[in-house]
Write a protein of this length. Structure first.
Length: 397
C-alpha cells in the first residue's frame, strides 16, 4: 500500500507573554499595512494597464522600509511581510484565472489577524517553537502530538475575535495512507430536520448548535448594542459575544470532523448532491437554519478526506429530481412540496422522502461512474428529461 504524502496543518492554542502579544500585534498590523499598500500599488498599475508582480512589490517593500514614515516596518520580522506579498500574488493569480473576485483591502476590525512564518522565521527544536524577534518560545498547549519526526515547513500565528491565540504548523504526515478498498457505496442526502440521511436508511440528527446557544448569543449581543461606541466596555462586550460565536463554531466543526471521518472510513464511494448554499441563504426563512447546518463545510471536509484516504466522492447535478423520483420503479412525480415527508408511488411503494432521495443519489452516482453519462428517469408521459435536469429550479431539501 503506497503512502500518500500529505501535508496537514496541526493547530494549537498558546498563551503568549505580554511582550510576545505586543510583538505579534505589531506584526499583524505591519502585515495588514504592507498588504494594503501593495494592493493599492497594483490597483493603480492595473488602472494604467500595467502588470505588477510579486518581485515588483518586494522591491517596493525594500523602498518603503527606508522611508521615515514607514521605518516601523523594520521592527518586526521581514518573513511575514514577504509572505503577505506572496498571498497577494496568489489572490491576483486566482483573479486572473477567474477563480476568485478582485482582492480586497484588509480591515483593522474585520479581517483575520494572522502572520505566516517560513523556515527562516522560526526555530522548532525539542518540542519548543521560537519565532523571529522573540526571546522566549511560545507556551503551546499540546492537545495532540505532532507526527514523529515532523518538521514544520510553515508556521501561522493568529488571534480570533474572542481573543484566543492559535499557532498552526504545516507538517508532512506519513500516517495518512490510502485505506484498504471496500465495496461499500452510500448516497448522502443533506437536510434540516436531519442533518444527513443515508441510502442505508440511517438518519443523523441535526445538532443545531446555533439554536442551542441562541439565548446566550442574543443576551451578549443586546449588551454589546448598549455600550458606548469605541469604549473599553464595548470591546469587552464584543469579545464576550465573539466567545459565544466561537463556542458554536468549535462544536459544529468538531461534529463535522467526526462525522466525515466515519463516512470516509466506512465507504469506498460517497455520492452527494451539488447544492447552491449561497443561493439558499438568500431565503430569509431558511438562511439561519441552512447556515447552522454548514453543508458547504461538510462537503469540503468529505472531499479532502476522501482524497487523503483513497476514497471517491461523486457529486450529482443539483437539478437531479432525487426527491420526486421513485427509487423502486423510476417514476417521476409531478410535484413534491416540502411538507410531504412520506409518499406512496403508483407502484405501491411507500417512501420516506429523504431515504428515497439518498437512494436515488446513490443510483445515479454509480451510473455516472460506470457509464460516464446521466440516466433518464421514467415519466408517466412521453418526453422525459435527463437526470441532470429538473422541472422546478428550486431544490427541495
Amino acid at each position: 500500500m503506497a503512502t500518500t504524502h500529505v501535508k496537514r496543518a496541526f493547530k494549537y492554542r498558546f498563551h503568549p507573554t505580554d511582550e510576545q502579544a505586543a510583538e505579534l500585534s505589531r506584526t499583524f498590523g505591519c502585515v495588514r499595512k504592507v498588504y494594503n499598500m501593495a494592493l493599492a500599488a497594483r490597483t493603480e498599475a492595473w488602472a494604467r494597464q500595467e502588470r505588477v508582480n510579486y518581485n515588483a512589490t518586494s522591491a517596493m517593500l525594500t523602498v518603503w522600509k527606508k522611508t521615515e514614515e514607514l521605518a516601523f516596518l523594520n521592527e518586526v520580522s521581514s518573513v511575514p511581510l514577504q509572505q503577505c506579498l506572496r498571498h497577494l500574488q496568489t489572490a491576483f493569480t486566482n483573479f486572473f484565472g477567474k477563480r476568485a473576485k478582485y482582492p480586497r483591502f484588509k480591515s483593522k476590525k474585520k479581517s483575520r489577524r494572522s502572520a505566516e512564518y517560513t523556515t527562516s522565521g522560526f526555530r522548532f527544536r525539542d518540542g519548543k517553537l521560537m519565532l523571529a524577534k522573540m526571546e522566549q518560545p511560545l507556551d503551546i498547549v499540546w492537545s495532540r502530538p505532532l507526527p514523529a519526526g515532523a518538521k514544520p515547513s510553515t508556521v501561522t500565528v493568529s488571534q480570533d475575535a474572542a481573543g484566543r491565540w492559535f499557532v498552526s504548523m504545516l507538517c508532512e504526515d506519513p500516517a495518512v495512507q490510502a485505506l484498504p478498498a471496500n465495496g461499500n457505496a452510500v448516497g448522502i442526502d443533506v437536510g434540516l430536520d436531519h442533518l444527513l440521511t443515508l441510502s442505508t436508511g440511517e438518519k443523523i440528527a441535526n445538532p443545531r448548535h446555533e439554536r442551542r446557544d441562541r439565548a446566550r448569543l442574543a443576551l451578549a449581543q443586546r449588551r454589546l448594542a448598549k455600550k458606548t461606541k469605541g469604549s473599553n466596555n464595548q470591546a469587552k462586550a464584543r469579545r464576550k459575544a465573539a466567545k459565544v460565536h466561537a463556542r458554536i463554531a468549535d462544536r459544529r466543526r468538531d461534529g463535522l470532523h467526526k462525522l466525515t471521518t466515519r463516512l470516509v472510513r466506512e465507504n469506498q464511494t460517497l455520492v452527494i448532491e451539488d447544492l447552491t448554499v449561497r443561493n439558499m441563504v438568500k431565503n430569509r426563512s431558511l438562511a439561519r437554519a441552512v447556515s447552522d447546518a454548514a453543508w458547504s463545510q461538510f462537503r469540503s471536509m468529505l472531499e479532502y478526506k476522501a482524497a487523503w484516504y483513497g476514497r471517491e466522492v461523486i457529486v450529482v447535478d443539483r437539478f437531479f429530481p432525487s426527491s420526486k423520483l421513485c427509487s423502486t420503479c423510476g417514476t417521476l412525480q409531478d410535484r413534491m412540496p416540502l411538507h410531504v415527508r412520506t409518499w406512496t408511488c403508483g407502484c405501491g411503494t411507500t417512501h420516506d422522502r429523504d431515504v428515497n432521495a439518498a437512494k436515488n443519489l446513490l443510483a445515479v452516482g454509480l451510473t455516472v461512474t460506470a457509464c460516464g453519462a446521466g440516466v433518464r428517469p421514467q415519466r408517466r408521459t412521453p418526453g422525459g428529461q435527463s437526470a441532470t435536469k429538473q422541472e422546478s429550479p428550486r431544490r427541495e431539501p
